[in-house]
Design a protein around this ligand. Structure first.
Ligand code: ATP
Length: 251
């Protein structure tokens, strides 16, 4: 489903991703761990072409992201084609990024109406179902400011699901939340994982990684240091750098 091959990305002189290769099967959960600044967000942003890779390839469901290959040359896709690809890849940000002037329901319905031009009644019915799925069926008419952080993030997850993505990327989805609200968002992620959603989750929630991940990837200084099952990486890390990182987050 996802195949990332030797991706490099620099910002000016900062070489952030230094040859990242990673693959994941459909229906699996990949958790990415790593210290601040190690390139985790940049990797997610390269997957849906919010950032352009300097070199390397990203394929999602067999499709090259951001480019069309002609012989050995890559031609960047048009903005329209990129938006179409991006619609197949959900992205849930740390800070929810909801439209403040739209209700929860309208936030969830916005992209299917504007990007996919689907019939309104059908979109709204599905948006209500998605809000129910994330436990917010009774808050459909609330504006983001009337919702807690955990509720806003659950709306953001429903919004990501609304386009029926092949894959959902989560960038530290609980790190902006008050501690007592983290659990309700992780419950939604667990539910998605159990129902076979293909997910890549950047998080420091080791408990979630242990329960829900098929693969745990530890990234440091723009390179994958090790990857394996949660038991392998979390309980028997092979690398000193993984051990040092885990000893800081496992309190
Ligand atoms: N648009 C940008 N322009 C310049 N530098 C950037 C940009 N985006 C990221 N960086 C730099 O790239 C490096 C990696 O950042 P990134 O956000 O990918 O790390 P991260 O592992 O997600 O960290 P965190 O856990 O703190 O979010 C950092 O040094 C950051 O300052």
């Amino acid at each position: 489903m996802i195949e990332i091959t030797d991706v490099h990305k620099s910002f000016g002189r900062t070489h952030v991703l230094r040859g990242v290769s990673l693959s994941a099967q459909a229906g699996t959960v990949t958790v990415i761990l790593g210290p601040s600044g190690s390139g985790k967000s940049t990797l997610l942003r390269c997957i849906n072409h919010l950032e352009k890779v300097d070199s390397g390839r990203v394929r999602v469901d067999g499709e090259l992201i951001g480019y069309r290959q002609v012989g050995n040359r890559l031609h960047e896709l048009s903005e329209r084609q990129i938006l179409r690809q991006r619609a197949g890849i959900g992205f849930v940000f740390q800070n929810f990024n909801l439209f403040p002037h739209l209700t929860a329901l309208e936030n969830v319905a916005e992209a299917p109406i504007s990007a996919q031009r689907r019939p309104r009644a059908q979109v709204y019915e599905r948006a209500r179902d998605l809000l129910t799925r994330v436990g917010l069926g009774d808050r459909a008419d609330a504006y983001p400011r009337q919702l807690s952080g955990g509720q806003q993030q659950r709306v953001a997850i429903a919004r990501a699901l609304a386009l029926e993505p092949k894959l959902i990327l989560f960038d530290e989805p609980t790190s902006a939340l008050d501690p007592e609200l983290v659990g309700e968002v992780l419950d939604v992620l667990r539910d998605l994982a159990a129902s076979g959603t293909t997910m890549i989750v950047v998080t420091h929630e080791i408990g979630f990684a242990r329960e829900a991940a098929d693969t745990v990837v530890f990234i440091d200084e723009g390179r994958i240091v090790e990857q394996g099952t949660p038991a392998e990486v979390l309980d028997n890390p092979r690398h000193e750098r993984t051990r040092a990182f885990l000893s800081k987050v496992l309190v």
